[in-house]
Unconditional design. Sequence first.
Length: 315
Amino acid sequence: MFWKWSWNYRYGNCYTFNDGVDNDDQPLRILKSSKPGPSQGLVLHLDIEENEYLGELTEQAGVRVLLHEPGVTPFPYEEGFSVAPGMATSVGLTKTLIKRLDRFEDGSCSEEGVPLREENLFANMFNTESDIVRCPTACLNSCLGKSQLAKCDCAEVSYPSIIVPCNLSEWKIIGKCLKNVKSLFSKDKLPCIDECKRPCREEIYEKTISSSQWPSPAREKYESRQSYGSTNRSNGLLLNIFYSQLNYQVIEETFSYRTTNLLADIGGQLGLWIGLSALTCSEVLQLIFNLLALAYMKFKNRRQNRVVEIGQPTE
């Protein structure tokens, strides 16, 4: 009930747990964990059926695991990690919430709840009817596929069936064209970076992975004595995914210098310098006044001395 199926060109059948929707895109209740620790998480006993593998196509045995928030298009090859058979693997999660700012309100990041655009090649594969968080990986891969289709009239087989796959019989010509498009993509000469913005709100999960032999030799001996037989180590694996702690880290972008701060600083500087100018002017005026007063006093004293000398009687 809580598993949603999808197809991946590299791994085949993929299943998403607790995605919030089923295969018919009907909403489901999202399960939550209220306690940390291995006993409060998801425990899976998986049989990889290694005997069904094709030797010429399969280099590795195991499963590919990707941890993401609900509503995100999964890309296990680009973002996942591998779990080997014959091992008990524990994955402890710590959530990190990233809040980005649209600094200039020009769409530098995509707002929460913005659905994948209709021209996105993966929009018809995942959550077609629900508002999903925009996935940068899906957007970039879709942009690359559309560029291949525009320049080469086909695209790699890794894209959904709605796009025309390239004909392998013409691979010498098509392969060169696809290689040129990938070269432009790697050099940022396609408009993909400008079109695909990081979400303004993003949840990522830091993983702590540990593993041990499974089952143990003692367990194998015990199971061999039981009627149900022993576990085939080459086919089986145990996966335990849980929260290491319920606390989570928030990384938030904030404006370090707003317009109001600029105006306040300008006002403060103007007030400071205008105040200094007024004080300086008053000091200069006072100095001029003092000099004039001093000159006047000297002039007055000289005049009085001259009057006294003229008024004295002669012998």
